[in-house]
Design a protein around this ligand. Structure first.
Ligand SMILES: [Zn+2]
Length: 87
C-alpha cells in the first residue's frame, strides 16, 4: 500500500478528497487540514501550443477563435503575441 504524506507538514494521516478539475485525485491532511493533489499536472503553456498560436496569429485568425480552439485564455494569446517579434 502507498502511504501518502502531506507536502505541507509531512504527516502520513491523509484521506482522499475528491478530484481536481483535470481529474487528478486530491487528498486532505488530517493534521493541518490542507488539501493537495497527489501527482499535480503542469498547467504551463507547452511549446507546441505556443507554436500553433504564433502560426494562427500570422494567418490573422482572431484571438478569440484561437482561444476557443486551443482552450487557452485570451490573455495567454496576448502574452505570446507580445513576446513574438512581428515579421
Ligand atoms: Zn498536513
Amino acid at each position: 500500500m502507498i502511504v501518502i504524506t502531506c507536502p505541507h507538514c509531512e504527516s502520513p494521516d491523509c484521506i482522499k478528497f475528491g478530484k481536481t478539475d483535470s481529474g487528478t485525485p486530491r487528498c486532505r491532511c488530517h493534521a493541518c487540514k490542507k488539501t493537495f493533489a497527489i501527482n499535480p499536472k503542469s498547467r504551463a503553456l507547452t511549446p507546441d501550443k505556443e507554436r500553433i498560436i504564433v502560426a494562427a496569429l500570422q494567418e490573422r485568425t482572431s484571438q478569440r477563435g484561437i482561444a476557443r480552439l486551443l482552450k487557452v485564455s485570451r490573455l495567454t494569446i496576448r502574452n505570446v503575441r507580445k513576446k513574438t517579434p512581428r515579421a
